[in-house]
Design a protein around this ligand. Structure first.
Ligand code: IVH
Length: 671
């Protein structure tokens, strides 16, 4: 083997490590996906020709292999401790008071507050910068070695520092953190599962656990996990005195740390911040079940010691459980827009996590059977984020024998059509395209926020329009006239004009939104965007072959077949024709590159600009090769400033980021 080949493989690894860190951890890539793929493929080819060049930290080693290690066990270098819990401000104060009694009089403690991520603990070992081992927590002393599985996680650096100009790697670093799904990744995974006719995952944490425990890491590789690291278990050669510095150090090495972590000078500041965390809970892209409060001074935290398995220097402030038990009164069937039969539970009202719940989803009949949930059972209900509550389990011990098994219906409760179950599928369906309930649900979806977003068309209006025979499908919305709407109860002149205006606006929504709105099974916003990018227009999509649809990245064979069949169906074609005739946008926007004067620059916008709207300014910047970011950092090239700017302007000034006006932006692109 020539030195050149060795050298080239080394270079490629270096570049791929760096670009993968920029892409996955910083979300700030500096090369295109195509360029990345070219580098990656070159390395794959080199390694194929010279397998002896493959190193354990090679980026090609993330894709998983079928080498089934029967999870060897490993002893952690130090106990992987747990946390004590507190539930209110008084308990937080009592925790501090207990600690202060163990410390010299007059000690002032500062604290970090981190989200308590609802994932699975992992322990990663880096030797001379290379990830050599990843283990689960196990019993806190001995864990399972799951290295190949962890290597599939893009945000876990295979080598540190991830940045080529970073501080040198320590000789040995053992770091602890949490592996989990981001909500959007979990939703996308379920979208793909459903499209492939596979069961969906109900609980993100269980799904993450399942993914980590796969014997074949190629399966783990199809589950887009992520990892946040928050604690150094062992570090040779460097001493860090503060938790805050530890987080900084981990970030410097290229790890993701718990988002929005903060340092506070006193416990009162911490307590003041907790309500903000609680109200933010459901808006985050990850599940948290509380916050972790940590004594910032690690020397002091060490002196405080451990009670049982809980260090005194940290505690978990747990948010109220979003879980409760109640009686399942009735099994109610609903029919979705695709005809899917959805079992629901009518519950005895129960107060859980701040609201009263009287309905919950039972997902599908396989799950009902697997969990053996019966009418009359006392059941556990759980609220997860902002979604519909789940029934997660029956309380078997409370049964008295009068409970009734839950069966799928034989006929659609809305149109009496016999229910079918497609072969190999999990779900039951009402196959009647004219089923009034399906149409109602489809129209509701069509006008909803994520679809065509028609303001002023709530569920009740949709129902009235269908009941009065004014619309028979979603396309009929575009034929509605003012005189028809004026006859509806509560619709005066102004309201009618407003509704008609928003119907008009809906025609101009981006093509991928129109595609989403059609309600093709398995085509959520992600797949719709892929389709729009691949085909560009409805004309092209309508003539696409199965092979062409299947060739789109992210679309498997089952979904491709479903999509092609959907567009070939005469009923759907008739609806589509009406939409086309009505002038609904059926073409993807082409981003015409106007120049590359802003290539490599990142812009943050704030305030109202004199002539451009925000969208226009963003388009202008992107058309000239620039990037848009939501927040100001040292990496921001310019802050584009308008009237009544927000805090971004202050931050820019503090960081020394240049602030420019709309005119100056035009100057940059030369006119
Ligand atoms: S610190 C000695 N920080 O919560 C250090 N734990 O209920 C103890 N967790 O087992 C852990 N986010 O799995 C810490 N920012 C965070 C965390 C966190 C989630 C988990 C961790 C731990 C459990 C304790």
């Amino acid at each position: 083997m020539s030195v050149d080949v060795n050298q080239r493989a080394h270079e490629l690894r270096e570049q791929l490590h760096y670009h993968s860190y920029r892409y996955y951890v910083l979300s700030d890539p500096v090369i295109t996906d195509g360029e990345f793929d070219r580098l990656y493929n070159e390395l794959v080819e080199l390694e194929k020709a010279h397998p002896e060049l493959i190193t354990p930290d090679s980026p090609t080693q993330r894709s998983g292999s079928d080498v089934s290690e029967d999870f060897p066990k490993v002893r952690h270098p130090a106990p992987i401790l747990s946390l004590s819990n507190v539930y209110n401000a008084d308990e937080v104060r009592a925790w501090e008071e207990r600690n202060l009694r163990l410390l010299p009089a007059g000690t002032q403690l500062a604290y970090t507050v981190e989200p308590k991520l609802d994932g699975l603990t992992v322990v990663l070992t880096y030797e001379n910068g290379v990830l050599t081992q990843a283990a689960t927590r196990g019993n806190g002393e001995i864990g399972d070695v799951v290295t190949p599985n962890i290597k599939t996680i893009r945000t876990v650096p295979l080598r540190i520092p991830a940045h080529p100009n970073g501080k040198p790697a320590p000789q040995r670093l053992v770091v602890r953190g949490e592996v989990m799904f981001l909500k959007r990744d979990f939703d996308a995974l379920n979208e793909r599962q459903a499209a492939a006719g596979l069961p969906v995952f109900i609980n993100a944490r269980n799904a993450a656990s399942g993914a980590l425990k796969q014997k074949d890491s190629r399966i783990t590789a199809t589950r887009p996990l992520t990892a946040f690291l928050y604690q150094i278990v062992e570090l040779v050669g460097i001493t860090l005195d503060k938790q805050w510095d530890m987080l900084d150090y981990l970030r410097d090495m290229g790890f993701q740390t718990p988002p929005n972590s903060a340092l506070y000078p006193t416990l009162s500041d911490v307590i003041q911040q907790i309500p903000a965390w609680e109200s933010r809970r459901n808006t985050l892209d990850f599940e948290i079940d509380g916050v972790v409060i940590k004594v910032n001074d690690l020397r002091v935290a060490g002196e405080l010691g451990v009670v049982g398995k809980d260090p005194r220097g940290a505690t978990a402030y747990k948010f109220p459980a979003q879980e409760g038990t109640t009686k399942l009164l009735r099994h109610v069937v609903s029919i979705g827009r695709t005809g899917r039969v959805i079992p629901n539970a009518q519950l005895e009202p129960v107060f859980v996590g701040g609201t009263t719940i009287s309905n919950a989803t039972l997902h599908n009949y396989d799950i009902v059977a697997a969990l053996d949930i019966r009418v009359g059972d006392t059941v556990v209900v759980k609220r997860m984020g902002d979604v519909i509550p789940n029934v997660t389990a029956p309380v078997v011990a409370l049964r008295d024998g009068t409970e009734q098994a839950i069966q799928p219906p034989a006929h659609c409760p809305f149109c009496s059509t016999p229910i079918i179950r497609p072969e190999g599928g999990v779900d039951f369906y009402c196959p009647n395209l004219h089923c009034p309930e399906r149409i109602l649900r489809q129209v509701e979806f069509f006008v909803s926020r994520g679809a065509l977003d028609i303001d002023g068309m709530g569920s009740q209006t949709v129902k009235t329009l269908i009941d009065k025979g004014l619309i028979h499908d979603e396309a009929d919305i575009f034929a509605l006239r003012a005189d028809q709407l004026l006859e509806l109860e509560g619709f005066a002149d102004k309201k009618v004009q407003k509704l008609l205006a928003s119907i008009e606006t809906a025609k101009t929504r981006p093509f991928e939104r129109v595609l989403t709105a059609l309600g093709v099974e398995g085509v959520g916003s992600t797949v719709a965007a892929d389709l729009a990018a691949a085909f560009g227009s409805m004309d092209r999509l309508l003539t696409a072959t199965l092979e062409e649809v299947d060739a789109v990245e992210g679309i498997g064979e089952v979904l491709a077949r479903g999509i092609v069949e959907w567009f070939a169906d005469p009923y759907h074609r008739a609806v589509l024709d009406k939409l086309i005739t009505a002038g609904v946008n059926m073409r993807a926007e082409e981003r015409i590159a106007a120049g590359d004067q802003l290539a490599g620059m990142t812009f943050v916008l704030t305030g109202t600009l004199p002539t451009l709207t925000r969208e226009q300014a963003e388009e202008l910047i992107m058309a000239h090769g620039g990037k848009i970011s939501g927040s100001v950092s040292k990496k921001t090239s310019y802050v584009l400033l308008g009237d009544s700017p927000g805090s971004k302007a202050e931050k820019a000034a503090k960081l020394g980021v240049p602030i420019i006006s709309e005119d100056e932006l035009r100057g940059l692109i030369g006119g």
